[in-house]
Structure formats: C-alpha cells, structure tokens
Design a protein around this ligand. Sequence first.
Ligand code: NDP
Length: 258
Amino acid sequence: MNIDVSRWFDLTGRVALVTGGCRGLGFAIARGLAAAGAKVVVNGRDAAALADATARLARDGYAADGAQFDVTDAQAIREGIAAIAKRAGHIDILVNNAGIQRRHPLVDFPQRDWDDIIATNLTAPHIVSQAVLPAMIERRRGKIIHIASLMAEFARPTVVPYIAAKGGVRQLTRGMAVELAAHGIQVNAIAPGYFATEMNRALLDDAKFDAWVKARTPAGRWGRPDEIAGLAVFLASSAADYVTGQMVMIDGGMSVAL
Ligand code: NDP
C-alpha cells in the first residue's frame, strides 16, 4: 500500500481562524496553516497590525484575511465570526491563541489585572469556541486548538492569575473534547515553553532570566516562534483525527528535566 503522507497534513480548502494572529506565536501558526493550504483569517484588535500581518502573509505567497475584534467582547466575537463565514466560509480550524501576561507579587496583584488575564486567556477561548461550534457541529467536523502554557502544569512566582488561567485552559480542553468528540470535532492544546516573542520582551532583555532559561532548558535556548507551526498543522490536520483532549508541550525539554 502506498501512503501519501503529505495528504495527512494537507489543509487545502479548510478555513482557519487564529486569534491574536498578528504577531508572535499566533502569526507563526497562521503562516504554518496557510503553508499547509488553509485559507487563513488572522484576528487582532488593531486595524494597522492586522493590515500589516495580512500583507506579510501575502508577501510570503499566502492569501489571508483579517478579522478585527477583541476576544473579550462576546458581541464583537459573534459579529466577527458571522462576517468571516460570509467572506471566507465556515471556520474548520480555530486556534485560540490571543493571550496576555502581567506580573505582580501575589499579595499586590491588582484585581483589574486578574480580571483581564482570566477574560483574555480563559474566558475568551470558551466564548470564541461557542461562536464557531454551531457550524462545526452542523457539518460534523472541526478542530479547536487552545494555546496553553507550561504554566498549565508548573508554576513560577509573580504570575498566579496566568497560571490559574492556563491551568483552566488545560481542563477546558478536556471538557470540550469529551463533549464534542461525538460530533466529529477534536479539541487539543499546545503548551509552549519559553519562546522569543513580544510577550517575553522584558524577560529576553533581562540577562539573568535569559541565562536561567538557557540553563534550565535541555535544548539550551529559547523557542523560535516558527517552531510551533508544525505541531499546530498536525493538530489541525486529518492526521490527528483520533487525537483529542490532549495538551502537547513544546519546550525544548524543560518540562522533563530536573
Ligand atoms: P504576543 O504578546 O507576542 O502576542 C499576543 C497577541 O494576542 C497579540 O497579537 C495581541 O494583540 C493579541 N491579543 C491580546 N489580547 C487580545 C484581545 N483581547 N483580543 C484580540 N487579540 C488579543 O504573545 P505570544 O505570541 O508570545 O503568545 C501567544 C500565546 O501563547 C498566548 O496565549 C500566550 O499566553 C501563549 N504562550 C506564550 C509563550 C511564550 O513563551 N511566548 C509561552 C507559553 C504560552 P494586541 O497587539 O492587540 O495586544
């Protein structure tokens, strides 16, 4: 029997939405999905950043669309998803990537920052998923990929709400997976370790932290954003049709090293 492996990962004809897709890991995932053949829609809050992201994808030879909405605004999400369905077609692949980080000691953590982190990192993946699910259920197919974090499983000081939110994303993944499997929809999470993105700008510029990451990571370096794309393509593809409820760590070995 001849097996055409490339067909397993072929996303031709699929519509993919990546939230927070204008830069960093989201942009790398959008480009990877587009390279595998998907029609990609990148989401963001800022019109100029969206235009720039779609232009960069176009320069790389990929047709991409932009959808401007804030993932913490339920009404805007519903309108945004409806507009995508009209322009590009129903969403086959949703990547809940938009996320924020804020750092404070626990006892002084401002309530406002806690609320923003939970709204963006935990509640938004639920609400955006709810908006795309009716069409996925109707068509009996869909892939939802949440971007969690090593902090879904481990902990560091000054980021308690982020840890709580990403731990919640891990369980959101499992809960959604068991409820949606019978509808032909798979739900998985990617848990990145330390990647060199804007979110980590202050940490990258901190020589002590940079040295700690390199020493603590068996691979000896930060992750490069493009290195996340292949895993996202796999989880979005038919190669992963029997994979659901999982959280896959991509961390240069940090999570398995003492
Ligand atoms: P970046 O800060 O570089 O990018 C985050 C993106 O999300 C930005 O484009 C931002 O847009 C967007 N975003 C934030 N809030 C909203 C919102 N309310 N509505 C729409 N878009 C929004 O982060 P990364 O690329 O590093 O992170 C991507 C994901 O990966 C996050 O979920 C993060 O928690 C996770 N992660 C990252 C790790 C890393 O090492 N980099 C490690 C583990 C997890 P805007 O310009 O509007 O703010």
